[in-house]
Design a protein around this ligand. Structure first.
Ligand code: DX5
Ligand code: ZN
Length: 222
């Protein structure tokens, strides 16, 4: 089964409590929360104080995506705030393995993400320290961008690298431009978790959107 993670970046922040409730009622699996610092990416979004507030309203696990430089400085803050999966960027941390170990030590699942221009092979010596690998299928910074088609090849390459190393517990998450229309292709390439921001929150009926994604992907995933 493929899991869905609506990205609250595209939600209506004036109605965040209602959005959280309706996302859960729709049958989503995680909340994806995009944290941006204005340096690693050209946008500033939310910090751990808001994550803490979301945690009070949500029952689903929080999948927190740190698009910040030197994420090692804030690991404890985000885990204390309620992150269940905490993902850092390969490009933003020169000591990935120790930061991933710290995330696990503090009780969260550890994720590592790569930008579209970073090859999957860069993670060759990191896979064993991660629970989730997140492939960016847009350049991070904003919701509502188009899926980069080359990402499908990267998903498949990552999947075979994971299988070859026998690390089959490592999950593949795909973030950026995922829609009901391309979900089947993304899942067929090997994705386990699909992030959906604008395609979910701009849809008329959240439940139907999740159901459509689940139906189109039900023969994939694990
Ligand atoms: C992009 C963020 C994504 C974004 C996804 O920098 O990391 O999580 O919110 O939004 P869509 O699905 O609209 O591309
Ligand atoms: Zn994200």
């Amino acid at each position: 089964m493929v899991l869905t993670a609506p990205s609250i970046l595209s939600a209506n922040f004036l109605e965040l409590g209602r959005e959280i409730r309706e996302t859960e009622e729709a049958g989503a699996d995680f909340f994806h929360i995009d944290v941006m610092d204005g340096i690693f990416v050209p946008n500033i979004t939310i910090g751990y104080f808001i994550v803490e507030q979301i945690k009070k309203a949500a029952t689903l696990p929080l999948d927190v995506h740190l698009m910040i430089e030197r994420p090692d400085r804030f690991i404890r803050n985000f885990i204390d705030a309620g992150a269940d999966i905490l993902t850092i960027h390969y490009e933003a941390d020169s000591h990935l393995n120790s930061t991933l170990n710290l995330i696990r030590l503090l009780g969260a699942k550890a994720g590592v993400s790569i930008n579209p221009s970073t090859p999957v092979s860069a993670l060759e010596d990191t896979l064993q320290d991660a629970d989730v690998i997140m492939l960016m299928s847009v350049n991070p910074g904003f919701g509502g961008q188009r899926f980069i088609p080359h990402s499908l090849k990267k998903i498949a390459a990552l999947k075979s690298m994971i299988t070859q190393k026998g690390l089959t517990d490592v999950k593949i998450e795909v973030d950026g431009g995922v829609t009901v229309g391309n979900a089947a292709n993304v899942a067929a390439a090997g994705a386990d978790i699909l992030v959906m921001g604008s395609a979910f929150y701009n849809s008329k009926n959240y439940k139907e959107t999740i159901q459509a994604v689940k139906e189109k992907t039900n023969s994939y995933g694990r």
